[in-house]
Each structure stands twice: as structure tokens, then as C-alpha cells.
Design a protein around this ligand. Structure first.
Ligand code: GRG
Length: 304
């Protein structure tokens, strides 16, 4: 990971390729027993995904490293932190796709894990990806106090006050009308918490001071929300969107979205305001935060 300015698309594809190889090495090898479980874990994680969360860890790490301090230990720690958030994310998608949740048969352009393997294996693969994520954090070669902070942050963002809690609210909200405020709360837990944790993990691992952490927090809050607003906009505007939605519900007609509550124009206005908040938060961090700024633009402009 160089500190000299690199063109963003080039940086992003290099990081995506890098995290793919890190994950490949850190996941259990497929031929080792229990074989079907390990195959399912690898299938769930490798060969797909935009790797936005890993990119956020690396970009926040770059923005936080002191000049000339890019030691090997910090690079390994950033790899472990980036892999940990991708493992938690992958597990959440495996479980979200199960028949008892969204019952999806396709993910990342391929059959979902329970379709490719079976339901029990998919559940166990998700279960096994979670502790592996925390094991990787425990193996970071950095000051133990930073490892503790990183572990607590990831656990919080993934647990009942974060991602899983948001999913629970989402499940409970089917058939109910949510207010805009409740919708925001649900998404900030379900999707925003892990995206935000990715940014802060990069900062913690790279030894960010309090001023940098404050900038990262404000940036992270903005992009965490922006990600979901884009998702809701894409739900209506992408080629696969369903026509004739029920007011206040999503394409499937059963969940409230930003677009159904604020309208398309209102959602787009919110998105631009969030992009501006993200950029403003990075100003005090200077040029080393350039890739974080580009990721904000990427999230706001993404079309898948
Ligand atoms: C089941 C515990 C549990 C949690 C599930 C995040 C989540 C919670 C479910 C995902 C549902 C979903 C499709 C939400 C829309 C936003 C989102 C998180 C999309 C998937 O993330 P991307 O676009 O996926 O970063 P890739 O495949 O690029 O990694």
C-alpha cells in the first residue's frame, strides 16, 4: 500500500485483488475437514462482492497512518481488520438469504449458499465465519489496547445493537408502517453500523489520534446512511425494479424504503447532502484522505 497519490480506480482494483488473496489465505483450506463446511465458507466469501468494507478499512488506515510509519505490522493488522469485516458481511448475507429470512436463490450472480450446498451447511458456514473474524482481530500484531478497541467495535457493530439488531427490526417491520425516523434507525443499525465500523477499524489499527477519529466518525456516519439510500434508489431505478409499488413499501411491496417515504427526488437530495457531509468531515485529514473521499463518491454514484 503506497502513500504516493494513486489514481482511485487503480487503487480500488488493486485493493480488491489484494483482499481477495488475503481472504483466500486466511480462510480454512477447502480440502481440510469438515470439508463441506470449509467449501461453503470459501464459496460464501470468495470470488465476488464489491469489497467496499475492506476498501474503507484500507483507505481509513492510509488516512490515519503517521508519515513514514507504515510498518509491516500495521499492514498485516489492516489486512486482518479488512478480512474480518468482509467475513462478518459475508456471514450476514448467507444468513439473510436463508429461507427463514429473505429466501433468496441468487447472490453475487451465483446460487446462494443454501441452494449450492444445503440449509444446514449455509447456517453453519455463517456461524463459523463470525468467530473466524474475531480470531483474525486477535492475531493483529499491534498494541493489545488497540486490539481490544477494534474487537469491541466490531462486536458492537455486528451484534444486537448493530447489524443483527437492525435485521431484527427489519423482520419485525414486515407489514407495518415505519416512520422516516424508524427507517433511518433500522438501516443505520442493519447496514450502516458495519460500514461505519470498517472506517473506524482502519483508523484504530493505524493509530489514529482523537482529531482524526472524530473526522472518520462523521465521514462514516454519512457514508453508512448514503449506502442504504442508494440501495433504495436502485431498487426503483435499476433494470430489475418492479413497477407499481405500494406507497411506503419496497419493490416486493412489504418493506418501507427511503424512496417510498421521501420520494425519488427527496432521496437524491438527501444523498447529495450526505456526500457533502462526508467530504467536509475529511477536510481536516488532508490529502491522505483522498481515497476515502473517492469511496464516498463511489458509494453515492454506484449502480449495483
Ligand atoms: C442476517 C444477521 C443478518 C444480517 C443481515 C446486511 C444484512 C443484515 C442484510 C443484507 C440485506 C441487504 C441486501 C441489504 C441492502 C444493502 C446491502 C448490505 C447490500 C449488500 O452489500 P454489498 O452491496 O454486497 O456491499 P457485496 O456483494 O458487494 O459485498
Amino acid at each position: 500500500m503506497g502513500r504516493k497519490p494513486v489514481d482511485f480506480p487503480e487503487w480500488l482494483s488493486e485493493r480488491v485483488e489484494h483482499i481477495e488473496s488475503v481472504l483466500d489465505q486466511l480462510l480454512p483450506p477447502a480440502p481440510t475437514a469438515p470439508r463441506s463446511l470449509h467449501e461453503a465458507m470459501r464459496y460464501a466469501v470468495l470470488g465476488g462482492g464489491k469489497r467496499v468494507r475492506a476498501a474503507l478499512v484500507y483507505a481509513a488506515g492510509e488516512a490515519s497512518l503517521q508519515s513514514g510509519s507504515e510498518a509491516l505490522a500495521q499492514r498485516i493488522a489492516l489486512d486482518h481488520a479488512a478480512a474480518a469485516v468482509e467475513l462478518i458481511h459475508a456471514y450476514s448475507l448467507v444468513h439473510d438469504d436463508l429461507p427463514c429470512m429473505d429466501d433468496d436463490s441468487l447472490r453475487r450472480g451465483r446460487p446462494t449458499v443454501h441452494v449450492q450446498f444445503n440449509e444446514a451447511t449455509a447456517m453453519l458456514a455463517g456461524d463459523a465465519l463470525q468467530p473466524l473474524a474475531f480470531e483474525l482481530l486477535g492475531l493483529m500484531p499491534i498494541a493489545p489496547a488497540l486490539t481490544v478497541q477494534a474487537t469491541q467495535l466490531l462486536a458492537r457493530s455486528a451484534g444486537s445493537l448493530g447489524m443483527v439488531g437492525g435485521q431484527a427490526i427489519d423482520c419485525d417491520s414486515v407489514g407495518q408502517a415505519l416512520t422516516g425516523e424508524q427507517l433511518q434507525q433500522m438501516h443505520s443499525m442493519k447496514t450502516g453500523a458495519l460500514l461505519e465500523a470498517s472506517v473506524l477499524l482502519g483508523g484504530i489499527v493505524a493509530g489514529a489520534g482523537s482529531a482524526t477519529r472524530a473526522g472518520l466518525e462523521s465521514y462514516a456516519a454519512a457514508i453508512g446512511l448514503a449506502f442504504q439510500v442508494v440501495d433504495d434508489i436502485l431498487d426503483v431505478t435499476s433494470d430489475t425494479a418492479t413497477l407499481g409499488k405500494t406507497a411506503g413499501k419496497d419493490a416486493a411491496g412489504n418493506k418501507p424504503t427511503y424512496v417510498s417515504i421521501m420520494g425519488l427526488d427527496g432521496s437524491r437530495d438527501l444523498l447529495q447532502a450526505l456526500r457533502e457531509q462526508a467530504h467536509a468531515a475529511l477536510l481536516p485529514l488532508g490529502p491522505s484522505a483522498a481515497h476515502l473521499a473517492s469511496i464516498a463518491d463511489y458509494i453515492v454514484g454506484r449502480d449495483r
